[in-house]
Design a protein around this ligand. Structure first.
Ligand SMILES: [Ca+2]
Ligand SMILES: [Ca+2]
Length: 328
């Protein structure tokens, strides 16, 4: 391959990778109408040429669901400057040193700003009264500190509501593929699956497999008691028994009784009936034995008492007939 072709191939590859990266960053969210994507901050930004003080501008941005823009790096700074419609206007951004003179901070941070692009001799806190920041100063993208009470244009920034399978800060997280529903949709902030979990998974984010012994959607099904093995375990998604079925059962859920299994089942029933019969027979046998023993004891007792009773009755003449008869 010629040297020129190699160079061309290399350049084309770099461009392709760059496009792929750009698409990957930007495809995760969309912005409201007239708001532009800022891929560096994964936010949406909008330039407002209306003249307002820094405080008024900030209130306006907040009323629109955001705040004054935070510029995260040189590239974002460059892009913001390029989309200003009036490059001769000074534009407020969300950087200030109103809290501690000389320590410029962004609105969402407590530490001093990491990236800045101050213009020449800035920030100078001119006449001890410049605590807010503008870009576009004298048609330059570099920054200047100015009095917050001056009227200037401004740029608002807001973070989009996630959707389309994403959630979290900057929509950087993907909904679990185990969220139920065709689109696996989840809450745009915390990622909780909208329709619960698909088969085999549980938890708010539907990333945990079902506990052993359960399966199906939201793990609401229980493995068949006819799964082989001591714990009746089955596949967490479809419930197929891990070790096959107990004898006498078939089907992937082991709920269908086989022909042999039915016989086994009948045998089991017969066995139970035999046990009951045996128990009844033993019970009757024991009862008969007890009655017999009691009877024998009573008879012995009577035999002991009968001569005494007979003699008494004879002496009293109650059984004379018997005595006379026996005398004849
Ligand atoms: Ca200042
Ligand atoms: Ca200044």
């Amino acid at each position: 391959m010629a040297s020129s072709q190699i160079k061309l191939f290399t350049v084309a590859s770099v461009i392709m990778v760059w496009i792929a990266l750009e698409m990957d960053v930007t495809r995760a969210y969309s912005c409201d109408k007239d708001w532009l994507k800022s891929v560096e901050s994964k936010s949406c930004v909008k330039y407002f040429p209306e003249m307002k003080t820094w405080y008024e501008a900030r209130s306006f941005c907040q009323a629109n669901g955001g705040d004054l823009v935070k510029i995260v790096n040189y590239r974002m700074n460059d892009r913001l400057y390029r989309f200003l419609t009036n490059k001769y206007q000074q534009i407020y951004v969300g950087l200030h040193d109103a809290t501690t003179e000389g320590k410029f901070k962004w609105l969402d941070e407590t530490e001093e700003a990491f990236f800045t692009d101050w213009g020449k001799n800035s920030p100078d806190n001119y006449q001890s009264g410049e605590d807010c920041t503008v870009i576009g100063y004298y048609s330059r993208k570099s920054w200047n500190d100015v009095p917050c009470e001056h009227d200037n244009g401004f740029i608002c920034e807001k973070f989009p509501e996630c959707g389309n399978g994403t959630f979290g800060q900057s929509c950087s997280e993907a909904c679990s593929e185990h969220c139920a529903g065709a689109d696996n949709s989840c809450h745009p902030v915390n990622g909780t699956c909208d329709l619960g979990c698909g088969s085999g998974y549980q938890g708010d984010l539907c990333t945990q497999e079902c506990d052993k012994g359960t399966y199906g959607r939201d793990c609401n099904e229980t493995c068949s008691t006819h799964c082989a093995g001591t714990d009746n375990s089955c596949h967490h998604v479809n419930g197929t028994c891990d070790l096959g079925c107990d004898a006498g059962y078939e089907g992937h859920l082991c709920t269908k009784v086989t022909a042999d299994g039915h016989a086994e089942h009948s045998k089991t029933d017969n066995s139970e009936a035999n046990k009951a019969l045996m128990f009844a027979l033993v019970f009757v046998g024991v009862a008969v034995a007890i009655i017999f023993v009691v009877g024998v004891l009573m008879c012995r007792h009577r035999r002991f008492q009968l001569p005494f009773i007979y003699n008494t009755f004879r002496d009293e003449g109650i059984i004379k007939f018997s005595a006379q008869t026996s005398g004849d």
